[in-house]
Design a protein around this ligand. Sequence first.
Ligand code: FAD
Ligand code: UDP
Length: 395
Amino acid sequence: MTADLVVVGAGFFGLTVAERVASELGLEVLVIDRRNHIGGNAYSERDAETGIEVHKYGAHLFHTSNERVWEYVNRFTTFTDYVHKVYGVHNGEVYSLPINLATINQFFRANLTPDEARSLIQEQAGELAGSDPQNLNDKGIQLIGRPLYEAFIKHYTGKQWQTDPKNLPAGIISRLPVRYNYDNRYFNDTYEGLPTDGYTAWIERMADHPNITVQLSTDFFDESQPLNKKDLVGTVPIIYTGPVDRYFDYAEGELSWRTIDFEQEVLETGDFQGTSVVNYNDAETPFTRIIEPRHFHPERGYQTEKTVIMREFSRFAESGDEPYYPINTADDRQKMLAYRDLAKAESSVLFGGRLGTYKYLDMHMAIGSALTMYDNKIKPHFSDGTPLESGGVDA
Ligand code: FAD
Ligand code: UDP
């Protein structure tokens, strides 16, 4: 083992750390991943039959307001001018999402001005006025009133999380803007777009450095191969971006995750739904949404005979499933406190990324948090010997 640093997980978090350490410090980095490709959940590939780029682990839309992250990611890729918009089907009708004046007026069969709509929603949210809701149910009702909440949020959230919205953190719903105008951009961020040559080209450029070695199909917990936890921990600094509970062999219990089953289909039409994402907000439809990836890249001029669609079915992750979304119930948060203490005691290992911190991080947040860990912990360690253990699970 000649590497100065081992990174477990070739997702955005792990590769950002690897790239910084290799490029700026000139050190040797070994990145391992149990999958047979790099990129973590942002990986995408061309569908063989249609030539359309498909995000294998679910649609990935890049957006950020973080200047540093935007400057950093632009070193590896340019971005298209794609602006994400989402539509939702409720009671057999298509509505514009996130909730905006078009949604409100269509739902109430009205022609309200922004001020009138605001008063109407205020009135409907009155039952929770002035409170500080801590769960998704109450937060949702406070934001948009009960009728809109029940139409667009309640059942979709039920399908997506299979958890009573009263037991989900309010933060999940605060991700979505509510607007009293006709702006239906899904994200509020300063910058958004899709990587011009696709996610995989972007990610490959991050890993393309003579000081970075990537070893795929290598599970950190598989003791039959040499790059395993038992043999490595204590011999070399490690950045671990896999699930934090798995690292400690579930000593404090299993954290709950949601996974998604993707049903991918090629259809004999040039356009199935006219847009990239349609949510199905009612309980009767078993899937949460349909993605049609051709619409992510209108500038590519894909063939028009066939299209690809992906239906998403959400469920609790069981052992062997891909852990996608941390559910973060009160019980999970309790367990995380204990895992944080265990992580602090691992003096040569830092935990990062979505799985390693059990946080609902978007790509720009994972990259931003990796840059911060590099600045605050990794660079000082290699530059002047500051112990890594000031680390633990990255905040
Ligand atoms: P990951 O990408 O999960 O990478 C972790 C890596 O660690 C994986 O490659 C995994 O194989 C590897 N690993 C795990 N265990 C081991 C082990 N034992 N040994 C070796 N390797 C291991 N973000 C957005 O900004 N916009 C979006 O639209 C968006 N949509 C999303 C949709 C879905 C369905 C999901 C799941 C996520 C979405 N995200 C989105 C979030 C985005 O995927 C993450 O922010 C990003 O992938 C985080 O990078 P990461 O490196 O922390 O984790
Ligand atoms: N949500 C909803 N209805 C919608 C869209 C979103 O209830 O039509 C809720 C749901 O709980 C979801 C959360 O808002 O988990 C955040 O939505 P987002 O689209 O950001 O979810 P993600 O892209 O992470 O799946």
